[in-house]
Design a protein around this ligand. Structure first.
Ligand SMILES: [Zn+2]
Length: 284
């Protein structure tokens, strides 16, 4: 525990082998300085990044970016529930082709978001089921997004889980009941800087200690969800992968574990989950 006190004093330890499993690095907010963002991530010890695909075009961009950084980045390919109204037979065919790309490590983001309801719920469910079926056929890990749709989400996941090789619910923001249901379905959990939000993160902080180390991964979800434990938040409040150590240290404090040990376990869990042997493996 004295380690954690030290981290709080110094703000940030030096790491060299972190993996950020959720980075929206193709987002327009990085257009002006993407290379500098990548450099700062590397300097902060982020050795690997899983770039998030949110629709077919963005997945193609994420894969192209990952191809340009073969030892550092991999990508997911999928259609986010916000974009579920874009799902079609053509999208399905495109997704099947993108999964074959060597840089693609998972199907996603897919899932349900009844918080924003940017796409009709029936479209969200149909796109979610179709992508789980593609993941099952291709035996791809799945990268899931879920907000305020616990019952439908769990019902669909229960029906398909046995056919899927591995599943992560990224940016977990649910309650303990959802967490227990996910762990019972052998679902991995991704934790973001949400955990450092005093107000919104209270229930999440109760959940984190219950996540076994071999099911726990960390992510920034940059440019979103700037961690609120940053000593010097950037003026435009844009999150970036260089801030991953702040997520790690918040999770480590809750997990009653040193940040160094949690860095090792989350990296090992991420490599195993996304089958990163030969991909995003540098930094050791
Ligand atoms: Zn998401």
């Amino acid at each position: 525990m004295h380690h954690d006190a030290k981290f709080q004093q110094t703000g940030c330890m030096q790491y060299n082998d972190l993996i950020d499993i959720g980075v929206n690095l193709t987002h327009a907010r990085f257009n002006g300085d993407r290379d500098a963002v990548i450099e700062r991530a590397s300097a902060a010890g982020v050795a690997g990044m899983v770039l998030t695909g949110v629709n077919i075009a963005e997945s193609e961009s994420a894969i192209a970016l990952a191809n340009a950084w073969p030892n550092v980045m991999v990508a997911t390919a999928g259609v986010h529930p916000h974009h579920a109204d874009q799902w079609s037979n053509t999208a399905a065919k495109s997704l099947e082709a993108l999964i074959e790309q060597p840089s693609t490590v998972a199907v996603g983001e897919t899932g349900l978001d009844y918080n924003r309801d940017f796409s009709p719920r029936s479209d969200q469910r149909a796109a979610f089921v179709a992508q789980l079926e593609i993941a099952a056929t291709t035996q791809s890990p799945v990268f899931l997004h879920q907000r305020d749709a616990d019952a439908d989400f769990l019902a669909i996941l229960r029906e398909h889980r046995a056919a899927l090789p591995a599943v992560v619910l990224h940016c977990f923001t649910g309650d303990q009941a959802l967490l227990e249901a996910c762990l019972a379905l052998d679902v991995h959990i991704g934790i973001t800087g949400w955990v450092a939000d005093e107000r919104r993160g209270a229930e999440l902080r109760r959940c984190v200690p219950r996540i076994p180390a071999d099911r726990l991964m960390i992510e920034t979800d940059a440019p979103f969800l700037l961690p609120r434990n940053l000593p010097d938040p950037p003026a435009k409040r844009r999150n970036e992968p260089a801030f991953l150590p702040h997520v790690l240290e918040a999770v480590a404090a809750l997990h009653d574990e040193s940040a160094t040990r949690l860095a090792e376990s989350t990296a090992a869990t991420s490599r195993s989950f996304f089958r990163l042997t030969g991909k995003a493996r540098s930094g050791g």
